[in-house]
Structure formats: C-alpha cells, structure tokens
Design a protein around this ligand. Sequence first.
Ligand code: SIN
Length: 511
Amino acid sequence: MARNFGDDFAGRPLIVGGGLAGMMAALSMQRPSVLLCPARPGEASSSMLAQGGISACVAADDTCELHIADTLAAGDGLCDESVVARIIPEGPEIIALLERYGVVFDRDAAGQLIVGQEAAHSRRRVVHACGDSTGAAVVKALAEQIRQTPRIRVMQGELRKIILHEGEVCGWEADIGGRRLSVGSPAIVLATGGIGGLFPYTTNVSQATGSGLALAARAGAVIADPEFVQFHPTALAVGNAQGRMSLISEAVRGEGAFLLNERGERFTDELAPRDVVARAIQAHLSQGHQVFLDARTLPGLRFAERFPGIDVICRRNGINPSTMLIPVRPAVHYHMGGVATDTCGRSTVKGLWACGEVASTGLHGANRLASNSLLEAAVMGRAVARDIDASIFPAMFGHVSENRLIPENSDVLPAVRDLTGECLGILRDEPALRKAEEALRPMAEQSDAALVALMMVCAARERKESRGAHARMDYPQQATTARRTFMTMSDCLGHVGKNTVSFHSVSEGVV
Ligand code: SIN
C-alpha cells in the first residue's frame, strides 16, 4: 500500500500552536509528538510580541507569597487560589529552564537578573530580554531547540476538527499543504492563543481568533470565564489605527512614565491594575480628551537603551519618545477565559489538554496581573507534557486519510469584529449585549469566530455585576460572592435569555 502523507505521525500526541506554551509542551514531552503551527514555530504567535517580560520572584526583596498576593489582588476575587499557589512559585525555576534553552535574559554588571516594575506588582519582578523584546527572544531560542529535537515533527497548517469516539479524543483533522488530513491520535494539546483577532482593535496577532477555543467547545469541553477580556491601557494610537496595534509596554509606566491629557494633566494612577487604568483612559477619551504617555524623562534611564524595540516602533511612526509624547488608547490584549483546565492542563474532554492563553486555569481571575501570562504559558506547557508522558494510551491510533480541502467561510469575521467592538468593549450593558447575542446566534453553528464571540456575550449577559475587566454600566456593583463561569457550547446555543450558564464559587471548580 502507498505510504500516506501523515503515516509518520499517526498515534503521536498533537500539539497545536507555535507560541511559548506549545513549544514548551513539545520540548518538555519525552514522547515523539507533532507540533502543528500556522507558521514557523514562534512566528504568528502573540508570545513573539510580548514586550514586558516574565514575572518571577527572583529579586532579593521578593517572595512567592508577595507575588501570590499581588496576583490575587489584581484578579479581583476570581482567581482560583489553589492554582495561583501551584503556578506562581515555579517562576524562578522556569526562568532557569528558559536560560538552559538558550534565552539570554538581561543581567546587571554583577550578573544578577534585572527585574522591571509593572503595574500592581508590589516588587520589581519582571525578568526581561533585550530590554523590551522578551517574547521575541524566548520564541527564537525555543524554536532553535525545536529544530534540534528530532522527536518533534513540525507541520505547518491549521487544525480543523477534534475527532471523538464515545466522547474521548481519537484523532484530528487539519489542513496541511493544501490537503485535509485526518489522523488518529489519543492526545491533543491546544496552545492556540487568544481571541484578540475577533476585535477591531488588538495588540494580538490577527490569527488569534479563538479557533482552538471553538474546536474545544465543539468537542464538548467546558469553557470557563469567557466574558473576561483584558484591554491593555496603552496601545500606540497613531493615524487611523485599525486591526493590530503596537503595544507600549506597561514597563514604560513602571519606569516612571506618566499618562497625561492634552493639557498636560495627569488623571489616573499609572500603576493601578490594568483594568482600572484602561477604564480611566477610556473614560477620559469619551469625555473628548486626548491621552498621551510621557516617557521623556525616566529616572536614571535613557528610553532608547531600556526600550529599544518600542523606540523603533515609535520612531517608525514619527515619534521620538525621548522628546515627544506618545499617543495611546486601550486595545484588546488578553483573554482570561478559555478552555477550563486543571493544573495538569486537562480539559473536561478525555484526551484533550490546553495550555497558554487558550486555557483558563483560574490563575488570572477577572484581571490578569502583568507578565503572569508568559509565566503561566511556560509552566502549563511543561505540566501538560509531563501529564501526557505519564499517561497510558491504547495502541489503536493508526489511521490516516487524506481528503479534498474544504474552504471555510471567512466572510463572518468582519461582522463579528463590528459586534465585539460595539457590544463587548470596556463598558458593557444589557441592550448592547442582547443585540450582539441576537446577531451572533444565527452564525454560531457555522462559524468558529461567531461561536466564540457568542459564548463571551452569553456569559457577559449572565454576569450581572462588575468585576475586574468585566464592567457593566447597568450593574456597577460587585456581587458579594465571587463565582467563575463554566459553560458548554450547548449551554450557549440553548441560551435564550434564561440562565443556563453555570456559575461556581471560586473554591468549587468543575475540572
Ligand atoms: C506589557 O508589556 O505591557 C504587556 C505585558 C503583559 O501583557 O503582561
């Protein structure tokens, strides 16, 4: 019989996504695996764009307890404390591991890691590389490791379907090299990133349209907290900014930059949690003000030396940050919600794991603490790999078949972006959410983008309180009990204005 295109990787665990979480899972896994990425490993991932760094309690004046306390405070009552206590202490070990993989973090003349300050951190604890190009430095080093690791088969393509047998993963379908390939496999790891590409303004790569989240939901996985979307306060607001916007790292404010209006007045605490600062800027813009970051004088620093990448971005847009104000506005940056997982990265579907931004472990609560995302991606990528290595799979996954590629309908995405931009923004209310739900519902069966947006909208409608990044104009108070949202696709598709979304207090959990 003729050998099939995919014979070499039938039966291997599939890892989907070429950002930090996916590459970490592949490198940590001792079993031979397949790494499926939309581009070359590291490219087209939001990890690659990360500027600030990785939070880790490595400084002499810091402790894990302080880092845990800051994470819980920023999460506004919604973090799962047991998850926070499990992930945060791994920071120093993860930094050491990344260094062994070849990442060169910035160190001082005495050889100590240099730690940056970001909002809502009570200590300097953000480890960085090349000043402000941490993500790029990390993915470059890991991509090189992947190239040198023969047990990892890298494929460029897109996952289209998770195949189930009696509710358990038994294979996958992907578009690879112009073909639709169907492969038997006992384990799939989603590391597909976030949802920024579903919004009109985002700091994410445009590929981040929640595709992994949608496939998990279609496979029956429980989705947690989809309503919580983090807006980064300071995206570069130049010209007719549309689609992907450049980030001006929170580390710039951490080093002493101020937020000013056109009259040169400060109007908020620059180092308050991200949700608070984003709302303050949005309110100021709504009142007709302009908002700028003033980084002309940073105590003891030269801008271009500490932030060389941001300096280039600004100069490309005609702004010299050492002498000029930087115009900024909030943009969608991070999804706290995602595929509900435990601390091994297991979803509620047997054989399906998730890690990185597509997952929701409960670490971030209602508002992620700055620079905890790369930390979580690395810790959970490794945790998933360990769990899969320790799993016993039946040897029955040989099948591979090839089919004609069926093109997806991409017309829906612009309509989804219009709705999220109008109805799922920094401030929400019932009429706008209802309008979005009505418009998205007819599209959701066919379109992954519409399904993910619909899940976010349904959960946002049901959460009748303001907490962290979810701010409702009609429910400005915080509920007395903090409850996480857990929902399935059928909860959502069956949701017609009645409460079918389940809420669990943060100590209960469902996974
Ligand atoms: C930033 O550099 O401001 C982004 C860091 C993060 O998203 O945690």
